[in-house]
Design a binder for this molecule. Structure first.
Ligand code: NAP
Length: 260
């Protein structure tokens, strides 16, 4: 399917690895020029090189922490008139409610709520004036069904979800489409870090922790970051113009419900 976005320009935050990388690759496959971001230069440059070599699109890299004002400004300065924004950042650390005080909550809210809101706020006026834009926020299945040890994620991302629910409906008439993409368990460094914690807590190997967790999913396996990226690219496509303020869950059926 032609996604109708060849030649568009996208910012993909936190995209040297994992889900952000999957989104960047699938946007590049659709002919989109990219600004990629991550903190470490090595993996960022490797991903950029792979995408340039494979898809022939223009790729600019900005190595910085997207959760800081300085980092956001650098990323925004790297592209004139972005058409697409994919918001992403690292997830907060696991723990229990009693582990988290003001400092931990402020960090989680900064990363997983304020950063995507402020980036959207920065690009929205231009998108509205050009009457075309796409914003996809990578959030988490934890927004729909709380994950007990990821309370910081449950809380901070719910705040972002509320912002998108209201704002998406105000900007849709100007051709700007905002939605959230909710990952369940995908095979990335992040899931391996969580599986390492599980293996330590349960006294089992990392491989056993992975096998046990995957067996609990209806698919019997973790999600593929490239499949996730393909859904993201569709949500950034011309064809997504009637999809407004939605929360698209990609969790292999882990959230058990008849509907919704
Ligand atoms: P990942 O494999 O650990 O990759 C994270 C990427 O983000 C890396 O490229 C990393 O590069 C970059 N990054 C992290 N913090 C950053 C920052 N402050 N500024 C700029 N770049 C940053 O993680 P993932 O699995 O793709 O997860 C992406 C998001 O989805 C996270 O918020 C995660 O909590 C959420 N999520 C993931 C899953 C899953 O199963 N994978 C499930 C639910 C939710 P650097 O380290 O070099 O900065």
């Amino acid at each position: 399917m032609d996604l109708g976005i060849k030649g568009r320009k996208a910012i993909v935050c936190a995209s040297s690895k994992g889900l952000g990388r999957g989104c960047a690759i699938k946007l590049a496959e659709a002919g989109v020029d990219l600004v990629l971001n991550a903190r470490s230069e090595g993996p960022l440059n490797e991903t950029a090189e792979y995408i340039r070599d494979t898809y022939g699109v223009n790729v600019t890299t900005v190595a910085c922490d997207i959760t800081t004002e300085e980092g956001r400004n650098k990323v925004l300065a790297a592209v004139d008139a972005p058409d697409i924004l994919v918001n992403n950042a690292g997830g907060p650390p696991p723990g229990v409610w009693s582990d988290w005080g003001q400092k931990e909550w402020e960090a989680a809210v900064q990363s997983n709520m304020l950063t995507p809101i402020l980036l959207a706020t920065a690009v929205l006026p231009g998108m509205i004036s050009r009457q075309w834009g796409r914003i996809v926020n990578i959030t988490s299945g934890s927004v729909k069904s709380p994950i007990p040890h990821l309370g910081l994620s449950n809380g901070a991302r719910a705040g972002l979800t509320g912002f998108v629910a209201g704002t998406s409906r105000q900007v849709a008439k100007d051709g700007v489409i905002m939605n959230n993409l909710l990952p369940g368990q995908h095979d990335t460094d992040r899931i391996n870090a969580l599986m390492t914690n599980k293996s330590k807590a349960e006294g089992i190997s990392l491989e056993e922790a992975r096998t046990k967790t995957q067996a609990g999913l209806p698919t019997g396996r973790f999600g593929d970051p490239l499949d996730f990226g393909a859904t993201c690219a569709f949500m950034c496509s011309e064809h997504a113009k009637f999809m407004v303020g939605q929360n698209i869950l990609l969790d292999g059926g882990a959230f058990n419900s008849t509907m919704g």
